[in-house]
Design a protein around this ligand. Structure first.
Ligand code: AMP
Ligand code: GLY
Length: 425
């Protein structure tokens, strides 16, 4: 099969590394890809939102399957556009990707179908939102821009003053653009966070192994929210018992609810969970593989991923059982100093060759490009994800941090406490 992957980050690099192991894959393309992906796939300079160009490319190159990685093209209808052109694509259609594209939609869905989540109200008027927050008088309170905001449209406000400033930022100053036309005001939850990534064909659901992300920029969960600074898998807090509860109360009801709404969800449903004292609750849904969760989950998957993609498209996922290695993985993101705000790029990266051919250590490129002389340069806030496997989480963590030492570039920044929670398990 000729396979096209849309996207160009660490998630897409990890997806392509899995596809490259498939018996079914002959030629792999990636649009736009990056310098690391270029080792496994032919990168084509087409943007993820250029649907007409992507479809023309897929037809010209006899692409049998297209995998859409990021949220923007999914929410924007990439899969619909491919299907309308008679092409096979993996991922939810726009009417299902809305589960990530609109927090107001996802909260309404959970309320209607009794799926556990934080109590909330939705507002399209800043004054009404402020009046509600004052009347409640409960802090911290969580404010969420309705639409896509690069994972940054969530504000946790510790006082009335902060909350009023937050409403202004989202709804009046439009800090997150049109994503802030509507806003969700939500009860603050406490507990461990777990990312549960599940394949679905619209009817059947198959969960991948669990993982946990670290969203804040600094050690000890301080600083600004980022796209994710590191992950580990599995989560020692996500027990068999919790998995059973989540399957019964969250995963299966969500897939059934989407089908009942005439929005069958085919693709990867990412359930961001909080293990609260009252039980697991949904923090958010995403309509895609997580980044950098994928970088620790897929290296542990034993299935042929192309079989799973096809079963999701064909509605035959009930015939597949997923299988994960009985080991652990940790991914440490190497970022540019200053991320997620201001940072410089264009610095040469050395040490990448140390990972070539390894079956236990991987370097997934997030923001890299080739310089004129062919050198690999930093090209983003998140630059690389260094993943290592180990017999258990502690070993994987030690291996991952050791592996980060092999790589150097100017302004290299990383957190030093990825997987620290393991010690409390
Ligand atoms: P989200 O983009 O919805 O995943 O939110 C980003 C992060 O904000 C989450 O990973 C949580 O750490 C935090 N968060 C979101 N909603 C809540 C909530 N209701 N209570 C506590 N923390 C939250
Ligand atoms: N790691 C969080 C996300 O992919 O949204």
């Amino acid at each position: 099969m000729n396979i096209l992957v849309i996207g160009g980050g660490g998630r897409e690099h990890a997806i392509i590394a899995s596809i490259a192991k498939s018996k079914k894959a002959t030629k792999i393309y990636c649009a736009p890809g990056n310098a690391g992906i270029a080792e496994l796939a032919t990168c084509v300079p087409i943007g993820v939102m250029e649907f007409d160009k992507l479809i023309a490319f897929a037809k010209e190159n006899e692409i049998d399957l297209t995998v859409v990685g990021p949220d923007d093209p999914l929410v924007g209808g990439a899969v619909d556009a491919f299907e309308a052109a008679g092409l096979r694509a993996f991922g939810p259609r726009a009417n299902a990707a809305i589960i990530e594209g609109s927090k107001a939609f996802s909260k309404e869905l959970m309320k209607k179908y009794n799926i556990p989540t934080a109590a909330y109200e939705t507002f399209s008027d800043a004054e009404e939102a402020t009046a509600y927050i004052k009347a409640q008088g409960k802090y911290p309170v969580v404010l969420k821009a309705d639409g896509l905001a690069l994972g940054k449209g969530v504000l946790i406000c510790n006082s009335e003053e902060e909350a009023i400033a937050g409403v202004k930022e989202i709804m009046l100053d439009k800090h997150f653009g049109k994503a802030g036309d509507k806003m969700v005001v939500e009860e603050f939850m406490t507990g461990r966070e777990v990312s549960a990534l599940c394949f679905s064909d619209g009817k059947t659901i198959r969960c991948m192994t669990s993982s946990q992300d670290h969203k804040r920029a600094g050690d000890g969960d301080t600083g600004l929210n980022t796209g994710g600074m590191g992950t580990f898998s599995p989560s020692p807090f996500y027990t068999e018992e919790i998995h059973k509860i989540c399957t019964e109360k969250i995963y299966e009801p969500t897939i059934a609810a989407m089908a009942a709404e005439g929005r069958p969800f085919k693709g990867v449903l990412y359930c961001g969970l909080m293990l609260t004292p009252e039980g697991p609750k949904v923090v958010e849904y995403n309509a895609r593989f997580g980044d950098p969760e994928t970088q620790v989950v897929l290296p542990r998957m034993e299935n042929d991923i192309v079989d799973v993609f096809e079963a999701c498209i064909d509605g035959t996922l009930d015939q597949i059982e997923l299988s994960f290695a009985d080991n652990a993985a940790v991914c440490v993101i190497l970022a540019s100093e200053g991320y997620p705000q201001k940072y410089e790029k264009g610095f040469p990266i050395s040490g990448l060759e140390a990972f070539k051919g390894s079956k236990t250590e991987f370097v997934f490129h997030a923001g890299t490009k080739f310089g004129e002389d062919g050198a690999v340069l930093t090209n983003g806030g998140r630059v690389l994800g260094v993943t290592a496997l180990g017999a258990d989480l502690k070993e994987a963590r030690a291996n991952a941090y050791k592996a980060t030492e092999k790589i150097s570039f100017a302004n290299k920044y990383m957190r030093h406490d990825i997987g620290k929670a393991i010690d409390e398990a």
